[in-house]
Design a protein around this ligand. Structure first.
Ligand SMILES: Nc1nc2c(c(=O)[nH]1)N[C@H]1C(S)=C(S)[C@@H](COP(=O)(O)OP(=O)(O)OC[C@H]3O[C@@H](n4cnc5c(N)ncnc54)[C@H](O)[C@@H]3O)O[C@H]1N2
Ligand code: MOO
Length: 419
């Protein structure tokens, strides 16, 4: 058996980042930014008012109070969007709205609430100090200051910063084109009646949905029987259109496993036993001839175990980092949290446990409990509905006791995670 880290290192070593496209900001949401960008316009672009009120010379109103108000002549009206820069002499003011450029002669804003709101002459009943309620040009970012880095996520927040700093487009990495092939003669479409021995194909939905959550563009989702010719035909049709093909099922010791039969003989895909539970049998490699021309780089191929919880864990531990690396993301592994076990559970001997779990944030901190009442089991697909993450328990641990601290990963889609 090999360690999880060694398998992941193999995957990442074979992963070549995809090229980038320059797209309008609105089309970039959620994708990985492929260029490091500096601020083009100063932020704010000009010195402007933080309040609806009056632009004044602070010295004129330094002593203003309710008892001793000061009267000023209003010589201009400055709505947001104006380009005016009127002269303001001693004893004068300009009415100004939030966001309008502050005239060069003014050095303070008096909010309208501290005045009588006059349009030709205004009575000011509170003092102002120089600079008050003024937002200085460039106080947030100066032109040339760092703004976003290659490898970060085009989050809603990053897009608003880019738009404000003078950009209409941004280079983002191309989405990985991904297909899912679920193998197994027992599989039927979801919702179909089941004859004895049949089961609904849940892995297709599981893997394709996770892939989309992690930035992939779905090329196709195909279900094939355990006939080698069916899998061969699916690979022929998909190989040239995909960056990644994820297969589920047929990677263990079964006598009718087309995945191994087709892909292992010439070593295109290696089949390993990884010291994890679930997820022990793993296939990984790159498709070559006869599915891809000799001089072309074929798609990466994952052969995930068919058990649904095994496929889920395998996707999260191996495929997800690969999709992130293909997109040039600066962080490919999930952040781990420490959580306190709410109850005891058993762990498998000799393999690191990846347990579907319910992770809660309480007043007392983060807690974790198994998603399945009966603990671990790679077939317990119903319990996945209750999982919002997984716990990682070291291979040397035989049992987790209530109150123990364990490592957990909380699942959020990559756009939400801002990784
Ligand atoms: N003799 C041995 N048998 C098994 C071993 C072993 O080491 N020696 N390993 C076990 C482990 S661990 C795993 S995990 C599974 C992996 O099995 P396969 O990847 O070969 O998958 P299948 O046999 O095709 O299916 C396993 C299980 O999952 C169900 N399945 C398959 N595809 C789907 C799907 N698309 N949707 C829902 N469920 C699916 C399938 O019906 C089986 O119940 O092997 C163990 N055996
Ligand atoms: O390793 Mo398997 O994935 O336990 O069920």
């Amino acid at each position: 058996m090999i360690e999880v880290e060694a398998q992941l290192a193999d995957v990442l070593a074979a992963t070549v980042p995809l090229p980038s496209d320059t797209v309008p900001l609105a089309a970039a949401h959620g994708r990985v930014i492929a260029e490091t960008v500096t601020t083009r316009y100063a932020l704010p672009p000009w010195t402007n008012s933080a309040m609806d009120g009056y632009a004044v010379r602070a010295a004129d109103v330094a002593a203003a109070s309710k008892e001793m108000p000061v009267a000023l002549d209003v010589i201009a009206d400055l709505p947001a969007g104006t380009s005016a820069d009127p002269r303001i002499l001693a004893g004068q003011a300009a009415r100004i709205m939030t966001g309008a450029p502050v005239p060069a002669d003014a050095d303070a804003i008096v909010p309208v609430e501290a005045t009588d709101g006059g349009e030709e002459r205004v009575i000011i009943s509170a003092p102002a100090t120089p600079g008050v309620h003024i937002r200085r040009a460039g106080e947030d970012r100066q032109p040339g200051d760092p703004l976003v880095s290659a490898g970060s996520r085009a989050s809603a927040e990053a897009l608003s910063a880019l738009a404000s700093a003078g950009y209409g487009t941004i280079a983002v990495s191309r989405r990985p084109r991904l297909a899912v092939i679920a193998t197994g003669s027992e599989l039927v479409a979801p919702g179909e009646p089941l004859a004895r021995g049949q089961i609904p194909d849940s892995n297709s939905l599981l893997i394709s949905s996770l892939a989309v959550e992690n930035g992939a563009e779905l090329v196709d989702v195909v279900r094939v029987s355990d006939e080698v010719s069916e899998l061969d035909a699916a690979l022929r049709s998909l190989a040239k259109r995909c960056d990644v093909i994820v297969l589920t099922g047929g990677v263990s010791m079964g006598a009718y496993d087309p995945v191994k039969e087709l892909l292992s003989p010439d070593g295109q895909v290696h089949f390993s036993k990884v010291a994890m539970q679930p997820g022990k049998p793993q296939g990984f490699g790159r498709l070559a001839e006869p599915w891809v021309a000799d001089d072309e780089l074929g798609p990466l191929v994952f052969g995930l175990p068919g058990n649904p919880v095994s496929a889920w864990v395998s996707f999260l531990v191996f495929v997800r980092p690969c999709l992130r690396a293909l997109q040039g993301a600066s962080t490919v592994e999930d952040p781990r949290l420490s959580a306190r076990a709410e109850i005891d559970w058993r762990t498998p001997p000799g393999r690191r446990q990846y347990l579907p779990a319910r992770i809660r944030t309480t007043d007392a901190g983060v807690t974790v409990s198994p998603a399945a009442a009966r603990g671990s089991g790679s077939h317990l697909v119903g319990s996945l509905a209750d999982a919002n993450g997984y716990a990682i328990v070291d291979a040397s641990v035989e049992r987790v006791y209530e109150g123990d601290v364990v490592q957990v990963v909380r699942l959020v889609s990559d756009v939400d995670a801002r990784l």
